[in-house]
Design a protein around this ligand. Sequence first.
Ligand SMILES: Nc1ncnc2c1ncn2[C@@H]1O[C@H](COP(=O)(O)OP(=O)(O)OP(=O)(O)O)[C@@H](O)[C@H]1O
Ligand SMILES: [Mg+2]
Length: 261
Amino acid sequence: MTWLEEKKVAEIAAAKRLAVEVDHLTYTFPDGTTALREVSFQVEEQEKLMIIGRNGAGKSTLLLHLNGLLKGKGEIKIFGETINKKNIKKIRAQVGLVFQSPDDQLFMPRVLDEVAFGLFNGEKEPEVIEFKTKKILQNLGIAALAPKSPQQLSLGEKKKVSLATVLVLGPKVLVLDEPTSGLDPASRRWLINYLKNFNQTIIAATHDLDFAWEIGSKIMLIDEGQKIAEGQKEEILSNRELLEKHQLEVPLLYLLSKYQS
Ligand SMILES: Nc1ncnc2c1ncn2[C@@H]1O[C@H](COP(=O)(O)OP(=O)(O)OP(=O)(O)O)[C@@H](O)[C@H]1O
Ligand SMILES: [Mg+2]
């Protein structure tokens, strides 16, 4: 191989793959509400993209497109493959989505079955399924809830079970809709630490701007279904004028980091 060829090979190896590509996505609900307008963005493998924006901005609608639950106009690719009817099972094995509302996620009679459910698709060994299920429940501090019905839990408990059902699968693209809402401080901290060590791609919609500061590498601001701004976290989360114009505020942790430096 010539040095030029070697350089090319090294460059290709160093370039991160694109995990998610969204190209001119527009979505209108059956009642005529247009919730997304020509939204385009890309997320590299292992990148952590935080989507921020006021209530009704279109964040949840956008996330529901990433594993094909909604289908708008435009194109969405996961690791280079356009989502379509044929590959939807494969896409859902790659993209794990935790809904904003746990009631949309939970349907099994017992918490234990709820968390083990997704593992039955890939894992054959019952001992491994049991081990992984119990471990994630312990990590989230909800092992005692295993025999209970998800419908009988408190909101925060339901949220933790929802998170457990997806985290236990270790998806290549983790999509979280308001992951910290309803969590007590210790559980929120556990989740932040877990996500800091999570080596795969994360896309999260959040009003918890301190969470976005701690977890995000990139931030995308949307409003009225449109992408308003996208950039490195320092660039977006320090821009008071931009944030306040869209009903948001500079995160306290950013201000603290400036104060300390
Ligand atoms: N099923 C639906 N039918 C009609 N309109 C809907 C439906 N679901 C959401 N919308 C509308 O679409 C827009 C975007 O809603 P979406 O839930 O995506 O916002 P969001 O940014 O996630 O808000 P929040 O911060 O409150 O979770 C809103 O105007 C909302 O009223
Ligand atoms: Mg939402």
